[in-house]
Design a protein around this ligand. Structure first.
Ligand SMILES: Cc1cc2nc3c(=O)[nH]c(=O)nc-3n(C[C@H](O)[C@H](O)[C@H](O)COP(=O)(O)O)c2cc1C
Length: 183
């Protein structure tokens, strides 16, 4: 399959997951294009419809994806509406599937403060007719020098998330990707 692997990672946590997704998908014989979203990304580099399978992920910032991801998704939505690829009633496309995910710290309300992110990321693809087959959540420590944030690595609702995502998380990613892409 042709696989698109898109991510935005402000402090490196989601990048670890995305690179493991790339590794696992390639090891299973798929063609993978990995694209990191940046502020200046040309939206035309993300041509979802030329892929069979899409992974999209980001960190969680005040319950939402980072603003650059939100802005990009909005401009892509406009682009696909204008091109006629987003149609009313969003008909399904055969063999177009996606997984959305986030890395999050969940210090106050646990996974509840992260659930909007894979949902938000999935809507553009759902509008395009992709089937969102699942949403993944990975713990990601606060990578900050500010103790206001780092206290949450041990004092939050997720327990001690220091060092996450760690090697065990990456093994988990490997197995999840294999499980989803193996035919
Ligand atoms: C300013 C800031 C705000 C954050 N807000 C949230 C939040 O609302 N909910 C949450 O679960 N994690 C929050 N986090 C933790 C990050 O989502 C987590 O560390 C994530 O793994 C970062 O991913 P990235 O390095 O790929 O951007 C926040 C982190 C920072 C630095």
């Amino acid at each position: 399959m042709k696989v698109l692997n898109v991510y935005l990672s402000l402090t490196g946590n989601t990048k670890k997951i995305a690179l493991q997704i790339e590794k696992a998908a390639k090891a299973n014989g798929h063609d993978v294009d990995t694209i990191e979203v940046t502020k200046d990304i040309d939206k035309d580099t993300l041509n979802f419809l030329s892929y069979d399978f899409v992974f999209v992920g980001s960190g969680v910032y005040l319950w939402l994806p980072p603003q650059d991801m939100i802005d990009l998704w909005k401009s892509l939505q406009m682009k696909y509406v204008k091109s006629g690829d987003i149609k009313s009633y969003a008909p399904r496309r055969i063999n177009k599937k996606a997984v959305t995910y986030c890395t999050y710290a969940g210090p106050h309300t646990g996974i509840n403060e992260a659930t909007s992110v894979p949902k938000f990321l999935g809507q553009l693809l759902d509008h395009l007719g992709f089937e969102i087959i699942t949403e993944w959540f990975f713990e990601g420590q606060f990578n900050s020098k500010d103790s206001f944030y780092t206290q949450f690595n041990t004092k939050g609702r997720m327990g001690d998330i220091t060092g996450r995502p760690n090697e065990d998380d990456l093994i988990r990613v490997d197995n999840m990707v294999k499980g989803i892409l193996q035919v």
